[in-house]
Design a protein around this ligand. Structure first.
Ligand code: AKB
Length: 312
């Protein structure tokens, strides 16, 4: 099957391209950023999703069956450049949906986020509750979900998405507010120290990358008649930041993990749910995470060490 990925140069995109190829798909990777080394030049296109005519002509030319739409500016970076974040995330998603319609793409997979929620949601937070995000990133993710739901009900278009927790992997992310968790691992191993920009009692939903990739692919392959909605909460674990630090410290002796909250990013973290209720995903398409915090720590730390050796 021919699959196109937008934002393929990011934290999620690089690993997703590899996984989809391993499953035998022909992957066309696109991004505004430089081509990652794991993607051959003939399967790579420069694409700015905020440029509608480029998106439409590329989709028409390459004719993908499924599109994974990952291109987005994340929450912390988005607060520095809100207007550009609106263009890339909101207009970009509209352009991708329109291009799917014009080029008769069969399915669009969408990456939403815990950032669609604002403070005061029930704990754990269910799929259907009030959506009052405080960041431009969150606003545009709500907008993307609503647009996709509209295309589904108006034209029967197969739009599907997950609300991702903060994702943790060996690859460096770009501009997320959940990045403190990832940097405890990466800088903990690489430098032996990391100062988190949040309080030790900060608690948001998090997920290890292999589970995140499996969620996207499983949802894409689920029979449509089993799905009662287009966008699903998915959840794995929600440890306090101090508990993550203890898990890293147990695996990386002498690591120095400290906390100095940054008021802006802390207020974003405080506005997000502590935990998500993912009952609908479990019931409709059999979602279940394989990694908890300790399982992730045991798997991830050797991977970061191996990556560091490769780049030495
Ligand atoms: C971010 O921190 O902005 C993202 C997210 C939670 O969607 N990682």
């Amino acid at each position: 099957m021919k699959v196109l990925i937008t934002g393929a140069g990011g934290q999620l995109g690089c690993d997703l391209a590899t996984q989809l190829k391993e499953r035998g798909h022909y992957v066309i990777a696109t991004d505004i950023a430089a081509r990652p080394t794991n993607i051959p030049a003939d399967q790579w296109h420069h694409l700015d999703v905020s440029d509608k005519s480029s998106v439409i002509s590329l989709f028409r030319q390459d004719n993908p069956e499924v599109v994974y739409h990952l291109a987005a500016i994340l929450s912390a970076r988005g607060e520095e450049i809100p207007q550009q974040t609106y263009r890339v995330n909101e207009i970009g998603t509209f352009n991708v949906l329109e291009a799917c319609r014009e080029a008769q793409v069969r399915q669009l997979m969408y990456c939403s986020s815990i950032a669609v929620f604002g403070a005061g949601t029930p704990d754990p937070t269910p799929d259907d509750t009030f959506l009052m995000p405080t960041t431009m990133y969150g606003v545009t993710k709500v907008g993307g979900e609503l647009l996709g739901n509209y295309y589904h009900s108006r034209w029967g278009f197969d739009f599907r998405g997950v609300r991702f927790p903060g994702l943790i992997s060996a690859a460096l992310p770009g501009g997320g507010t959940s990045d403190y968790a990832l940097y405890m691992y990466v800088d903990g191993v690489r430098i032996g120290a990391y100062e988190s920009f949040c309080r030790p009692d900060t608690r948001i939903p998090l997920m290890y990358m292999p589970d995140a990739l499996r969620a996207l692919i499983d949802l894409s392959e689920a029979p449509r008649e089993k799905l009662k909605r287009c966008v699903y909460n998915i959840s794995a674990f929600s440890p306090e930041a101090s508990v993550i630090a203890a898990s890293v410290a147990a695996a990386v002796p002498a690591v120095k993990l400290t906390f100095r909250p940054d008021p802006k990013r802390q207020s974003i973290l405080d506005s997000w749910p502590n935990a998500l209720d993912d009952t609908c995903a479990r019931e409709d398409w059999g979602w279940s995470p394989q990694f908890d915090l300790e399982g992730m720590t045991a798997d991830l730390i050797p991977k970061i060490r191996a990556l560091l050796k490769e780049t030495e």
